[in-house]
Design a protein around this ligand. Structure first.
Ligand code: FAD
Length: 395
């Protein structure tokens, strides 16, 4: 059962499948392993993505994985007032709701078409090392243990990643850098499926609640609450149930699926490479700390990791120096935005309900044509100057 490949990718989520595809396209012999018995399920995701992301990773919107398209989002203040952010006012930030299980399988199919071998029900359980370099991983399939030797291992093993820890990288997260999430898929709900809803304030301490539509009467209704703001993870359920109960359009729905999970709302890892190892996606803490969205950044970093891995193997240099270009590429594309969103998140989680109500009221009163940082500041200056000091530096 032992096997030799050029690149071993651990985890067949969006990050791993994208990495496997690009590594195979770059000429590497690739093995993609997934511990679950089915790629894509169970889905632990709100399934919302911005439109702009697809092109960047070489995909076109397809009925194979796009479930619903929305015109925009409504940001709902604690007092119930809503700020509508649609395509005309906010550009192409708004988006699609995916059929995530089908999306993950689509990406796995792309990886297979590019030449990657895929093995499900196969877990990495440790790394193989020689002379300080990682040279593959020990794997398990059912009751069998075997070694996969590979000059490069890509850790795409998600939020609970072990590959990074095994490689000696610092992956620890502080409590305040984790949001506990709970989501129901509700059927028979009412509402305007043209807009996804984002609920801010004490209804979701340190995070937000969402309604992402999957059709006219079906929605993913979920919540992310910051771990530092709750007593235990079960509190997420209490907050979500309370929000649904006080929202008649949602309360009439029935739960057909419940998923729990967590997202990092941290800065990205300080180091995402080690000799013979690249970490990508959630494993590298590349989730957007403001939105909790990680699909796009996972796919992008997976693409970079796959391309760099193939190049490094063909150049015969998988040292940390040889892999440094991977860090350079994802940092150049993602780091500034992630750092900015981290700072904004840190400030937002301290705002009280009254301030959020005032801010949304001021923006609505200004009837902005475009919701940009400058326009929002102008709105505050004109309609509620007291907000300027509170939001100073944030926008
Ligand atoms: C409730 C919730 C809602 C979310 N909503 C959104 C959203 O609306 N939009 C958005 O963009 N993001 C959302 N996210 C985040 C998004 O789901 C992740 O960022 C995304 O899945 C990251 O992809 P990934 O491939 O890096 O990790 P994952 O999708 O977690 O994939 C990792 C894979 O690795 C496998 N694996 C782990 N360990 C091993 C091992 N040792 N051996 C083999 N396989 C292994 C796992 O089984 C898994 O399949 C949400 C997250 C949660 C929890």
């Amino acid at each position: 059962m032992d096997q030799n490949v050029d690149v071993l990718v651990v985890g067949a989520g969006p990050t791993g499948s994208t990495a496997a595809k690009y590594a195979a396209q770059g000429g590497a012999e690739v093995l993609l392993i997934e511990k679950r018995s089915e790629i894509g399920t169970p889905v632990r995701c709100g399934e919302g993505v911005a439109k702009r992301w697809l092109e960047e990773i070489g995909l076109s919107p397809s009925k194979e994985f796009v479930c619903h398209e929305v015109d925009g989002a409504r940001v709902i203040a604690p007092d119930g007032s809503a700020l509508v952010v649609d395509e005309t006012r906010a550009g192409n930030e708004c988006g699609y709701v995916l059929e995530r299980a089908l999306f993950d399988r689509y990406l796995a199919k792309e990886a297979a078409k590019a030449g990657a071998e895929i093995r499900i029900k196969t877990s990495a359980v440790g790394l193989l090392r020689e002379d300080g370099h990682v040279v593959g991983a020990r794997c398990e399939h059912m009751a069998d243990t075997f070694d996969v030797r590979a000059p490069i291992v890509i850790g795409a093993d998600g939020f609970e990643s072990q590959v990074g820890r095994w490689a000696g990288l610092e992956t620890h997260l502080r409590t305040r850098d984790i949001d506990a999430c709970l989501q129901y898929t509700l059927v028979g709900v009412d509402g305007d499926a043209r807009y996804n809803d984002i609920y801010l304030g004490s209804c979701a301490p340190g995070g937000y609640a969402w309604v992402f539509w999957k059709g006219a009467d079906v929605a993913n209704v979920g919540i992310g609450v910051n771990l530092s703001k709750i007593h235990d993870r079960a509190d997420a359920k209490r907050y979500l149930d309370t929000l649904i109960a006080r929202t008649p359009d949602l309360a009439r729905g029935e739960v057909v699926e419940e998923v729990a999970g967590a997202v990092s709302v941290s800065m990205p890892l300080e180091k995402s490479i080690a000799p013979g190892v690249l970490l990508a996606g959630d494993a590298a803490r590349l989730i957007d700390p403001l939105t909790g969205g990680g699909i796009l950044n996972g796919c992008l970093s997976g693409k970079f990791a796959g391309e760099v891995a193939a190049d490094a193997v063909s150049a015969g240099d998988v040292s940390e120096k040889g892999l440094a270009v991977y860090e350079k590429r994802w940092r150049a594309r993602l780091e500034e935005e992630l750092a900015r969103h981290y700072l904004v998140k840190e400030r937002l989680i301290r705002l009280d309900d009254a301030t959020i109500n005032r801010a949304i009221r001021a923006i609505n009163e200004a009837r902005l044509e475009r919701v940009t940082a400058g326009a929002v500041l102008d709105a505050f200056r004109t309609h509620d100057p007291g907000l300027l000091a509170i939001f100073e530096g944030l926008l």
